[in-house]
Design a protein around this ligand. Structure first.
Ligand SMILES: Nc1nc2c(ncn2[C@@H]2O[C@H](COP(=O)(O)OP(=O)(O)OP(=O)(O)O)[C@@H](O)[C@H]2O)c(=O)[nH]1
Length: 218
């Protein structure tokens, strides 16, 4: 029988009630101010997008969401950080506890993309060595104002060996997939017997994207 894992994964099923509450998996959203971290989280949690005035996050905020991955519940505790420089020292303190990091830039802002290298340097300085990192080019719905080519995002991600996707917190494009891929990776780390082949997050994302693009035209 599978056991509750240290990464917040709990097998679903009859014995579920008897399971001790498992610790949630902390996932942090990082990236420059205005790239859409708060909207990304709200789209995932509530399926909603609040357009209009931009209210910058102060310090750090968090929301929980439970996702089911192959019949196993994974509790994600998602930390929405402030992108503004003046809050950096506050957010550094949380890096160490994060099991996964979603690093966002805005495809309409070259500067937010250029800053990704600095973010990755900070991540390597403050986060755990085995933290799961994913690079996301957000606001893909605003193609008329695109300032960063998809290939450039993909190539930077390849350079750092991290998975990459373009997303939209507005339309919901790839928002759920990003969290699901993270949850799947964390679940596998927690529950997978060491002799089974490792879950490949890159392959999973690619397969899911192929599936959805095939079906969008079907
Ligand atoms: N078109 C479009 N606009 C978006 C998207 N995501 C966020 N926005 C807009 O971008 C602005 C900033 O979004 P936030 O989610 O507040 O940005 P943030 O990264 O949390 O900013 P900080 O809290 O300062 O770090 C808001 O005006 C949003 O409406 C998106 O995917 N598409």
């Amino acid at each position: 029988a599978k056991e509750a894992g240290k990464h917040g994964a709990v097998p679903l099923g009859g014995a579920e009630e008897a399971q001790p509450p498992s610790p949630p998996s902390p996932v942090m959203l990082l990236g420059d101010s205005g790239v859409g971290k708060t909207c990304f989280l709200l789209q995932f949690r509530d399926g909603a997008f609040l357009s209009g005035t931009f209210i910058a996050t102060v310090g750090i905020d968090f929301r929980n969401k439970v996702v089911a991955v192959d019949g196993v519940k994974v509790k994600l505790q998602i930390w929405d950080t402030a992108g503004q420089e003046r809050f950096r020292s506050v957010t550094h303190a949380y890096y160490r506890d994060a099991q996964a990091l979603l690093l966002l830039y805005d495809i309409t802002s070259k500067m937010s993309f250029d800053n990704i290298r600095a973010w990755l340097t900070e991540i390597h300085e403050y986060a755990q060595k085995d933290v799961v990192i994913m690079l996301l080019g957000n606001k893909a719905d605003v193609s008329s104002e695109r300032a960063v080519r998809t290939e450039d995002g993909a190539s930077l991600a390849r350079e750092y060996g991290v998975p990459f996707m373009e997303t939209s917190a507005k339309t919901g494009m790839n928002v759920e997939l990003a969290f699901l891929a993270i949850a799947k990776e964390l679940k596998q780390r927690a529950l997978q017997p060491p002799d089974e082949p490792r879950f490949q997050i890159h392959d999973y994302i690619e397969a899911q994207q192929k599936k959805s693009s095939c079906c969008a035209f079907a």
